[in-house]
Design a binder for this molecule. Structure first.
Ligand SMILES: Nc1ncnc2c1ncn2[C@@H]1O[C@H](COP(=O)(O)OP(=O)(O)OP(=O)(O)O)[C@@H](O)[C@H]1O
Ligand SMILES: [Mg+2]
Length: 286
């Protein structure tokens, strides 16, 4: 069983490395409710503003909510692709801010119980999309299920979202351990969400990174932190991402800094026009 799953992850990675396909970033956590979906949507908008073309895949299959966060009543989701009614290209929708996304379907039992083959079909399909995006952000569900681990192992890198709560930290640690046991070379990043301030974020992040390094010999990249702000909840109620309603607010600034760190570029607001032109060249657009 494990060998079959490892083979699948290997096949998917092979498909990715052979193609000129985009970077696939999975956002995962272990613990639920830490802010993966809000982060995924706002990260996509931050990348868009930098001239990068993102696509969000709601990989919380069967319990998806990215469409609601982007103000769209979804017509199609992954189940229409699996049933053969639609191609993956045909189920791509556009939400607020022009963010393109694929809905993972809500309340669809067969998606909640997706088997290995179906998961591989979906991931393989995403990887092979014609000109989909520069960066595909896969918003995973909570927990450390085999499907989530498969998604992580098939991705280019994984951003683990946690909060300073010990329960969230423990689950993040368990997720890192699971991934490292399966593929110790997989690139792992971490962000600390819902922090009171920078000092708290850095203290908890440093502690986490030290323990992971000492007990697993694994380096996890700290991409940054996002402060707690009730405006995030308000933006979900209004079905319009915070990056659009409060683009200069604290949370938006924190997420923009993370987007820069993810692409490994320094933050310089004055350079946004240059950045946009730079990414157009890097990703081969006019
Ligand atoms: N930085 C933040 N400040 C305040 N509240 C936040 C922040 N980030 C997320 N939240 C709130 O936390 C709750 C959970 O957010 P979200 O749905 O994004 O988490 P999730 O990890 O995707 O959850 P699930 O595991 O159920 O998929 C929401 O009510 C959201 O408004
Ligand atoms: Mg979610």
């Amino acid at each position: 069983m494990i060998e079959t799953n490892l083979d699948q992850a290997y096949n998917l990675r092979q498909m990715m490395s052979k193609s000129r396909n985009p970077k696939i970033i999975t956002v995962a956590s272990g613990k639920g409710g830490v802010g993966k979906s809000s982060f995924s949507v706002n990260l996509a908008l931050a990348l868009s503003a930098m001239g990068v073309h993102p696509m969000v895949v709601d990989a919380d299959f069967g319990l998806a909510n990215i469409d609601v966060m982007l103000g769209v009543a979804s017509r199609y989701n992954v189940s229409h692709f699996l049933s053969g009614e639609k191609t993956l290209e045909e189920i791509v929708q556009t939400g607020h801010g022009g963010v393109r996304f694929i809905s993972g379907g809500s309340g669809v039992m067969e998606l909640i119980n997706m088997d290995d083959q179906q998961l591989q079909d979906v991931l393989g399909g995403i990887i092979s999309l014609e000109n989909p995006a520069d960066i595909i952000i896969c918003d995973a569900g909570a927990g450390i299920t085999e499907n989530i681990v498969q998604l992580i192992l098939a991705s280019t890198e994984t951003v683990i979202v946690t909060t300073p709560e010990p329960t969230a930290i423990l689950d993040a640690y368990a997720l890192v351990k699971t991934v490292v046991q399966r593929d110790c070379t997989h690139t792992l990043d971490i962000i600390m969400n819902k922090c009171d301030n920078k000092e708290e974020a850095n203290r908890v992040l440093d502690g986490f990174l030290n323990i992971v390094s000492r007990y697993m010999g694994k380096h996890v990249n700290a991409l940054g932190f996002v402060r707690y702000d009730r405006a995030v909840e308000e933006s979900i109620k209004r079905q319009t991402p915070l990056m659009l309603t409060q683009p200069e607010g604290l949370v938006a600034r924190d997420i923009k800094a993370i987007a820069h760190n993810l692409l490994n570029i320094p933050i310089d607001p004055a350079s946004s026009g240059r950045l946009s032109r730079f990414f157009s060249r890097v990703f081969g657009r006019n």
